[in-house]
Design a protein around this ligand. Structure first.
Ligand code: BGC
Length: 755
């Protein structure tokens, strides 16, 4: 079989890009400011500047003020109207600290606008770290050109519940996928000479009662799940800062959690950057400082008091907190500013090429939309068909999730005035109308109905060859959705349209899994997530087959709430969307129910069949795997195989390698994958290396990562439940200390010779 040229997106060398090429434009340090010499290492530079700093300057550095005017706070003169501001220490040549949200774009100042990436889940669904990196570089560049040098971007809390209101900011349920995607997004941001902030550390996996709830989990399971995602992302992206979360973890607030901050992050992972608090997440001075918090964020607006000023100074005077800890806080903050190039390449106002940036967002959406259903090849559409476009404000734009990460286009909100107007609103739409993009492509009649009048929409659908119904689920920071049902009358709308037209296609703009009682009655379903700045264009291109759907689910899609580890979220409320509270919020959430078996691992453990499994997604063609050959080479587990495009169209496949460790009660884990672009009839011979961090368990007693001796089952999956390739390799016992965990794989996927 001839080997054609293939495009393989892997995460080869992405981590190397993180700090590459900094320091070029810097002015060499004068004798007076030797730390400004870019030829010195960040560590050397920090030691020099620390010696020159006064105690007041250090104390100024370890807190930032709110950078905006909300909550009665008067904006500091130098602030840019965003999340955080710390004044420059001009005497030392240290710039203002200007912080802005977030991982999907530069959220503030809202009115100026910025380019919105699609949901983090869309980027994760691409299974393509280069897409994540490009998105990060795009928002890093916009942020730098707005004058920001710290981005609050890099959400990697695992999706333990599809109702978590912030899932759209995160990267799914699997620690390896989420870690690689978030890590590469961070590396992209930092390539633009800004600090990026991985968050929310840790177990901020639900929003309900987030300021008080204790996320309870056994420490070994913690290291194998959410913490593993952070560990992998930090190794891939080297974020300059980590944001500790609002919630408590095993009864201790995350921002004063000695185990999380000192033991795991700083000791075991050797993290050299700084820990900043979330906005309103600090509850103490000495306790937080001693536990490892390095910078208090906007305490004057959101905390009971500014703990890292007078109270902490008093704790130093009394000897409760040693001076060395204050020095360490300042050292870590400055080190990250030097290491990312934020000091050598100061952020400053500059023109932004919104046209080019929109393309980056479009590419992410096109790579991350997931085709869930396509009966009788209803999709792709043909230009000759007449189309009834219905619902979802598709005549105006595409939806964005709410809260601090919400990005508004420079052209403004395409559908202003919808509830909720206040936090966690406003509800923002990107001005990229699917209707206009469909009209550009269709030669047949294209009509539109808002869907408010169900009978009118059904009538319109009956007159067209195909009906495309856009349904929406707005979700937002600080609230969880109480259940999976689509809001309003959208289920009835889809039912009526599907009854009127057998060729009905549903496009979902949502936070993630929703109930689809009408699924069997519609011809096709495209999961578009929150589609971002060019979402309308991307959706139309996917529907018309100008680009092939290639996203794979980065999370499991349950049949209903009863399949979830916690069928109810007590106190979950979305009153602004007409959903009343569901009981009183709990003070504890028990993550030991599933422990490290998050998502697809939980479904396998409980023998549950989800609606759609993790890793699932259709294409307009189909792929087969053959010649699966797992082996151990140079101490690493890998598997070779051939993937063939058996259809008549080009397409992108994501073959996934799953491993099951020896021993009772083990379930499979994603250990690696490829993303490969194949022409009709084309084959590629690929080798995936299993990431060694997925071949170990954390043993609490010995505080070691243990690789048990025995047979490891390897499976090649189209998803987490569908396999074409099965084999075993034997591994000897091995162990790694907690502070020397196994290293990741530099080249997880390579094309190797002809099959
Ligand atoms: C959010 C953070 C955000 C911060 C600053 C908090 O409410 O949890 O993700 O970075 O606000 O806006």
């Amino acid at each position: 079989m001839a080997l054609h040229k293939t495009r393989i997106a892997s995460f080869i060398g992405m981590a190397l890009l993180a700090f590459g090429g900094t320091c070029t434009a810097a002015t060499a340090g004068s004798d007076a400011r030797p730390w400004m010499n870019p030829r010195l290492s960040p560590d050397q530079r920090v030691e020099l500047v620390l010696k020159a700093m006064t105690q007041d300057e250090k104390f100024r550095l370890i807190r930032v003020d709110f950078g905006d005017t909300e909550n009665g706070h008067v904006m500091a003169p130098g602030a840019l109207g965003s999340a955080g501001y710390g004044p420059a220490i001009a005497r030392l040549g240290l710039p203002d600290i200007q912080e802005s949200d977030a991982g999907l774009g530069v959220a503030k100042p809202l009115k100026l606008g910025a380019t919105a990436l699609p949901s983090g889940l869309a980027t994760a669904a691409s299974f393509d770290p280069t897409v994540a990196y490009a998105g990060g570089a795009m928002i890093g560049s916009e942020a730098h050109r707005r004058g920001f040098n710290v981005m609050l971007a890099g959400g990697v809390d695992l999706v333990r519940d599809p109702r978590n209101g912030r899932n759209f900011e995160y990267a799914g349920e699997d620690p390896l996928l989420a870690g690689q995607i978030a890590g590469n997004a961070i590396a992209g941001i930092q390539s633009q000479h800004l600090v990026s902030t991985i968050k929310h550390y840790a177990f901020n996996d639900l929003e309900t009662n987030r300021n008080a709830v204790s996320a309870n989990i056994d420490k070994a399971s913690a290291r194998e799940s959410d913490l593993l995602a952070f560990e992998i992302a930090i190794a891939a992206g080297h974020p300059g800062s980590v944001m500790c979360s609002y919630n408590r973890v095993n009864a201790v607030y995350a921002c004063e959690n000695d185990w999380l901050l000192n033991d795991v992050l700083k000791r075991d992972w050797h993290y050299p950057g700084f820990v900043m608090s979330d906005w309103g997440a600090v509850h103490s001075a000495a306790k937080s400082a001693l536990a490892g918090l390095d910078q208090e964020s906007a305490g004057e607006t959101f905390d009971k008091e500014v703990y890292f000023d007078k109270p902490l100074r008093a704790a130093v005077t009394s000897g409760e907190v040693p001076q060395s800890r204050i020095d360490d806080m300042a050292r870590r903050i400055l080190r990250s500013l030097f290491a990312t190039g934020a000091i050598d390449h100061p952020a400053k106002q500059a023109a932004i090429d919104f046209g080019a940036d929109r393309k980056v967002a479009q590419r992410a959406e096109e790579a991350g939309a997931v085709l869930l259903r396509n009966q009788d090849a209803l999709l792709p559409l043909s230009a000759t068909q007449s189309v009834a476009v219905i619902g979802g404000h598709a005549d105006k734009g595409v939806l964005t999730g709410g809260g601090s990460s919400a990005v508004q286009s420079p052209q403004g909100n395409a559908v202003p005035g919808l509830a909720p107007a206040d936090w966690p609103g406003p509800r923002i739409y990107q001005p990229s109308a699917p209707l206009a993009a469909i009209k550009q492509r269709a030669r047949g009649t294209v009509s539109y109905a808002s869907g408010d009048d169900i009978a009118a929409a059904a009538k319109l659908a009956a007159q067209a060859k195909v009906a495309v119904v856009f349904v929406e689920q707005w979700a937002a920071e600080s609230v969880d959705t109480p259940h999976l049902t689509l809001p309003g009358n959208q289920d009835a709308l889809v039912e009526a349209v599907a009854k009127a037209n057998p060729h009905t296609i549903v496009v979902l703009e949502n936070n993630g899994p929703v109930a689809m009682p009408w699924l069997a009655k519609v011809g096709a379903v495209l999961e578009a997530w929150y589609p971002g700045a060019a979402g309308g264009e991307a959706i139309a291109r996917l529907l018309y087959g100008e680009v092939d759907p290639s996203g794979r689910l980065p999370l499991t899609w349950p049949r209903d709430e009863s399949q979830l580890p916690r069928p109810e979220i007590p106190g979950a409320v979305l009153t602004s969307m007409g959903q009343p509270p569901q009981g009183q919020p709990a003070q504890d959430v028990d993550y030991n129910v599933e422990g490290a078996d998050v998502g697809y691992r939980w479904y396998q453990r409980k023998h549950l069949e989800p609606l759609f499994p993790f890793g699932y997604g259709l294409a307009y063609t189909h792929f087969d795997y053959s010649g699966f050959a797992p082996r151990v080479a140079n101490g690493k587990v890998n598997a070779s195989f051939t993937v063939t495009n058996h259809g008549k169209r080009a397409g992108v496949d994501v073959p996934q390698l799953y491993v099951t460790l020896p021993g009772p009660n083990e379930v499979r884990r994603l250990a690696g994958w490829c993303r490969v672009d194949l022409k009709p009839g084309q084959s590629a011979h690929l080798t995936v290396t299993a990431d060694p961090r997925l071949l170990v368990d954390f043993d609490r007693k010995s505080q070691h990562w243990q690789q048990p001796a025995g047979d490891y089952q390897l499976q090649l999956g189209h998803s987490a439940t569908s396999f074409q390739g099965d084999g075993k390799v034997a591994l000897p016992a091995a162990s790694w200390a907690a502070d020397a965990s196994p290293a990741g794989t530099a080249q997880p996927c390579v094309a190797s010779g002809a099959p």
